[in-house]
Ligand binder design. Structure first.
Ligand code: ATR
Length: 272
């Protein structure tokens, strides 16, 4: 790809988000790269993949509701994305489209800033795509994971797929004795600053608590965790780390982390 030719990247979602646009374009600008990032509001997954092929779009971030359906239209799946069962990033290498999952890396990098994961006991609440990515990551880092989920069958299936323990429904959370890492991987709290699925009695001093929810940046869970002396990690941190990894997949260059984080924090003020 000649350096002077503009390169297009973007994201597809039924409701396009400005956050990726802000982070990626700020990074391209800081690095002097001839890339542009656009958010496409798209309903039809198959047609979005065709557009990527025909327009020669280099990379696409994939959000709701495309993360699972898109897998069947790609030429290759990264082994980990296949195991997680969801693709949030597609890279176009000269017409060959490969699906990746950067959510798990984002979550692990955010956790690893605060704790050495190996050998630690983790509690993951949720059993959707985000939970699957995080459970994969924790297992790959040798954590002992227990999953809880509102819908029992879905939680059991996730636990079985990744060879971890299923602890039960949300009512069982209050009977947890001890843990090192607690992750809210449900969507509860998203745009709902009064809501959390985690009973505050479970939040104990010194424990690491990660919330995948990033709007608002300080969710009820994050506020509860901080007030009880936990090491609280906002979903913002996971979001910027996964975008950094996307940037590196698209450009093959090391991402300017601080630039992307600053752009994200500025952009989130406009949507939160
Ligand atoms: P994602 O791909 O973003 O993880 P998802 O697949 O829709 O989204 O999964 C959402 C998760 O949040 C699920 O674990 C869901 O629980 P169920 O499996 O019982 O549906 C959980 N969730 C969503 N709303 C919830 C609520 N009000 N209370 C408890 N859990 C909820």
């Amino acid at each position: 790809m000649p350096k002077s030719v503009p390169v297009l990247c973007g994201s597809i979602a039924s409701r396009p988000s400005v956050l990726g646009v802000a982070m990626h374009n700020a990074a391209y600008k800081a690095m002097g790269l001839p890339f542009t990032y656009v958010a496409f509001g798209i309903e039809n997954t198959r047609e979005a993949v065709l557009a990527m092929r025909y327009l020669g779009i280099r990379g696409l971030g994939v959000s709701m509701p495309h993360k699972i359906e898109i897998m069947q239209y790609l030429d290759a799946l990264d082994e980990i994305a296949a195991k997680i069962g969801a693709v949030n990033t597609v890279v176009n290498d000269g017409g060959r489209l490969t699906g990746y999952n950067t959510d798990w890396i984002g979550a692990m990098r955010a956790l690893e800033e605060k704790i050495d994961i190996a050998g630690k006991r983790s509690v993951v609440v949720g059993a959707g795509g985000a939970a699957r990515a995080i459970v994969y990551g924790l297992v790959s880092k040798q954590s002992q994971v227990t999953v809880y989920n509102r819908t029992i069958r879905k939680g059991e299936k996730l636990a079985e797929d990744f060879g971890v323990r299923f602890g039960g429904g949300l009512a069982e959370l209050s009977s947890i004795k001890d843990y090192d890492i607690l992750v809210n991987a449900t969507s509860v709290g998203f745009n709902a600053p009064e809501e959390s699925v985690i009973p505050s009695s479970l939040l104990r001093e010194g424990k690491v608590v990660l919330d995948v929810v990033f709007i608002p940046p300080r969710t009820k869970l994050i506020q509860d965790a901080e007030s009880r002396g936990c090491i609280a990690i906002s979903g913002i941190r996971m979001l910027v780390h996964q975008a950094v990894y996307q940037f590196e997949l698209y450009t093959a260059k090391q991402a300017p982390f601080e630039v992307m984080e600053k752009a994200l924090l500025e952009a989130i003020r406009t949507v939160a």
